[in-house]
Design a protein around this ligand. Structure first.
Ligand SMILES: Cc1cc2nc3c(=O)[nH]c(=O)nc-3n(C[C@H](O)[C@H](O)[C@H](O)COP(=O)(O)O)c2cc1C
Length: 380
């Protein structure tokens, strides 16, 4: 099909999928448009790059089931606070309960205001959620990845190894198949904490945490980096310090210390993309695989992150908008969000890839346009 033929077909598909998005849309896209959306997170192949970031939208097996049904590529489970065998949690201040979330406009985009932090139910209940995620992963329906916040010491303190040991082993046992894929969360609220006032302290965490976790299990580790309250250069320094992780999630929300809340929206994607641009093109030596997060509300924004090296993306806010904000008229929020992200004829992922083909900045290989070819250094 010619480029203009593809655009006409895209408009038709966008309209007809408003009622129902086919679950296996990546195969349909490959057959119809010769566009290969294959992507990657933590070394695992994904049918397309779009996943759900850790948070209030992956708290129970019902949410995971809906996501699997919609054809989401992966979901990161809500962050659990690590504990030792006696149930003690050094980061207990993060395990607080707060149910109210407010979805608000921020500049030209959206943010979610919420004062809660980590998982606030029992560790056993978290393990049950991990097992539900494991079953969906094993059935090939949705890649689920647990997320943990482990103890982070002051410079003159030791790591509490007992928390690293107990939590990692319990998760690995619940998951059963090695390796365990795991995210370690350095949250935006941490950026606002007195603990994070010192650069050397943060760099030590990033350097040492991977070995602390891996000492207790066969773990493939992703570290979700916070937006620290320092300049862009320090943000890049953090990425280099975290280079022994298998993947980095870049970067969690900004922190408003006056209001005491984390926030997203256009300021977040501006900052994230600016920092990532310092490190690419050509994949800076030593930087692991990247997964983008922050203000992703269109396929065009997915492409911005991919051009800066992200082989997958993790969204939260875009899965929480008021229903009337999505062009689809039926389906779960996950389906409606995927429909807009992939099929929007102007700013969807397919439209932007076809636009780049027409402009000569993305070439077909073996007759196909490939999502992963957007990444610097992947098209050879
Ligand atoms: C209400 C809410 C709760 C969140 N909870 C977590 C969490 O527990 N762990 C974590 O790593 N990220 C958490 N996040 C961050 C999201 O996963 C995501 O990385 C971030 O919001 C940026 O993406 P977005 O702009 O698409 O929302 C949370 C975000 C929101 C809005």
């Amino acid at each position: 099909m010619s480029n203009s033929g593809s655009l006409a077909s895209l408009t038709r598909d966008f309209e007809r999928f408003k009622r129902e998005l086919p679950r296996d849309f990546p195969s349909l896209v490959r057959d119809t448009y010769r566009i290969n959306l294959a992507a990657r997170y933590l070394g695992r192949p994904l049918p397309h790059p779009i996943g759900k970031g850790s948070g209030q939208l992956s708290l129970n097996s019902g949410q995971l089931e809906t996501d699997a049904e919609a054809g989401l590529a992966f979901a990161v489970l809500k962050t659990v606070i690590a504990q030792d065998a006696a149930g003690d949690q050094s980061m207990a201040a993060w395990a607080i309960h707060e149910s109210k979330m407010k979805v608000e406009r921020r500049g030209a985009g959206w943010t979610v205001t919420w004062k809660g932090r980590g998982w606030d139910r029992s560790f056993d209940e978290y393990l049950a959620l991990v097992r539900a995620g494991r079953d969906l992963t094993r059935a090939g329906r949705l890649l689920a990845v647990p997320s943990v916040k482990y103890h982070l010491p002051r410079l003159d303190e030791a790591f509490r190894d007992s928390e690293y040991a107990y939590t990692t082993r319990a998760l690995a046992t619940a998951w059963r198949d090695a390796p365990l894929l795991l995210e370690k969360d350095f949250s935006p609220t941490l950026a606002g904490d007195a603990l994070a006032e010192e650069k050397q302290q943060i760099l030590r965490w990033l350097r040492e945490v991977p070995q602390r976790i891996r000492a207790h299990g066969d773990v493939r580790l992703s570290m979700k980096l916070m937006n620290a309250r320092f300049d862009d250069d320090f943000q890049a320094e953090m990425m280099k310090a975290a280079a022994s992780a298998d993947a980095l999630v870049v970067f969690n929300r900004l922190f408003d210390s006056t209001a005491g809340v984390a926030y997203g929206g256009p300021e977040l994607s501006d900052r994230n993309l600016r920092v990532l641009a310092c490190l690419t093109p050509g994949a800076s030596p030593g930087i692991p695989e990247l997964s983008g997060t922050g203000d992703i509300h269109s396929g065009r924004m997915i492409v911005h992150y991919a051009l800066r090296g992200c082989s997958s993306v993790q969204l939260h806010t875009f899965f929480q908008l008021p229903l009337e904000e999505y062009p689809a008229t039926d389906g779960s929020r996950t389906q409606r969000a995927l429909h807009a992200l992939v099929f929007d004829p102007r700013d969807g992922l397919l439209a932007v890839m076809l636009e780049r083909e027409a402009a000569g900045t993305l070439a077909r290989r073996g007759g196909e346009l490939r999502f992963l070819d957007l990444l610097p250094g992947e098209d050879r």
